[in-house]
Design a protein around this ligand. Structure first.
Ligand code: ADP
Ligand code: DP6
Ligand code: CO
Length: 361
């Protein structure tokens, strides 16, 4: 490579959807490796609506690693970015582009620098899992660029070191992040439960209550919870393990009433441990609470759940409707209760056409 011209640039672009947990990850047992205190399960969203697009480029002309997020340069100094870059570089292999006359060996990758440009087509750091789509896409695109020969399960363990929730975005459908037992995190990976075709009548509606950046990031929020909440240990040890088993069964059987009950309860319990944190963390706001009331009331009046709700670390609602008819009726209700241009206007409704989509890339 040394004797080649400094003019070439090699680029790869990838697109990765976000995922929303139906059994939440909240709390780490290892902050550096990002190892969770409980298993979690999520659904991967339709990348047509909520996704990250990342282009990674390498050139001998680059003298340092640099990254731009949504057009603004940001520092790569944080341990998370460095951990992902290091893990991918350690697995790089030879790359040859005959047309461009480029040959990069495994060793060259250790000295070459990358430029990364990433865009989220949805609000960043607003509780719609931008860190999940973001780090999954970063790891996936770097792995492609550096010709890393590892499957998505192994890549998920690297994405996890960027943001825990990111490991689940390497697969489509319903995905489980197994917390693992090993101290080095080698068994803390994402495993696909069922693919996107398994339960394709589900429709996901995202009601954006606020696209503003949240005050408490997920990382610091869960750290404070682990340090101060008396409830979190009970949740992680006693409640979640049972829910994981029940949720896996509900997904396998496409049992919507059980799925909805578990999803709503787990979201509510996650927000309860946030409130049990000192000082308390409030991710939901009055509008979020009104959305919950609206869904609960409708589900009760129908006699069986039509829609499940879940809220991540932010005020925005993710509504999972049992089918297209339920989604349409839900939207009508939302438009009635939260009319556009009113004080509580939910400024956008994003509807997943095919709610659950394919594997990353
Ligand atoms: P969210 O609820 O959106 O996941 P978090 O607090 O978990 O919020 O994480 C937000 C952080 O994730 C951002 O401040 C940024 O550091 C990182 N992030 C978001 N999008 C990307 C991206 N596309 N590429 C790399 N990092 C990203
Ligand atoms: C509420 O994965 O964003 O969305 O690992 O510190 O980056 P870090 O946190 P992050 O936390 C996600 C929390 C959650 C629930 C979930 O996605 O499981
Ligand atoms: Co996040």
């Amino acid at each position: 490579m040394a004797e080649q011209s400094k003019k070439w640039v090699l680029m790869v672009t990838a697109q990765t959807p976000t995922n929303i947990a139906v059994i939440k990850y909240w709390g780490k047992r290892d902050e550096n490796l990002i190892l969770a205190i409980n298993d979690s399960i999520s659904v991967t969203l339709d990348p047509a609506h909520l996704c990250t697009t990342t282009t990674v480029a390498v050139s001998p002309a680059f003298d340092q690693d640099r990254m731009w997020l949504n057009g603004k340069e940001m520092s790569l100094a944080g341990g998370r970015y460095q951990n992902c870059l290091r893990e991918i570089r350690a697995r790089a292999s030879d790359v040859e582009d005959e047309k461009k006359g480029i040959k990069i060996t495994k060793n060259d990758w250790q000295n070459l620098h990358v430029h990364i440009a990433s865009y989220n087509n949805f609000p960043t750091a607003a509780g719609l899992a931008s860190s999940a789509a973001g780090f999954a896409c970063l790891v996936f695109s770097l792995a492609k660029l550096m010709n890393v020969q590892e499957d998505n399960g192994r890549l998920s363990a690297i994405a996890r070191q960027g943001s825990g929730s990111a490991c689940r975005s390497l697969f489509g459908g319903f995905v489980k992040w197994v917390m693992g037992k090993e101290e080095n995190g080698s068994d803390s990976i994402a495993v696909p439960l069922v693919d996107e075709k398994h339960w394709d009548e589900l429709v996901i509606i995202i009601a954006v209550v606020s696209s503003r950046q949240k005050e408490t990031s997920s990382t610091s929020g869960m750290r404070e919870t682990v340090e101060t909440s008396a409830l979190i240990e009970h949740r992680a040890r006693e409640i979640v393990p049972k829910r994981i088993i029940q949720m896996e069964e509900a997904i396998q059987k496409r049992d919507f009433p059980t799925f909805a009950q578990l999803t709503c309860s787990d979201s509510n319990q996650f927000h309860a441990v946030c409130m049990d944190t000192s000082p308390p963390i409030f991710y939901m706001n009055d509008t979020s609470h009104r959305v919950i009331g609206c869904v609960e009331k409708w589900n009760r009046s129908e006699g069986t759940p039509q829609v499940a709700y879940t809220f991540d670390a932010g005020p925005n609602a993710v509504l999972i409707a049992r089918n297209r008819k339920a989604a349409t009726l839900m939207l009508q209700r939302l438009l009635f209760h939260f009319p556009p241009n009113s004080d509580t206007d939910l400024n956008s409704y994003v509807i997943g056409d095919k709610s659950i989509l394919k594997d990353a890339g």
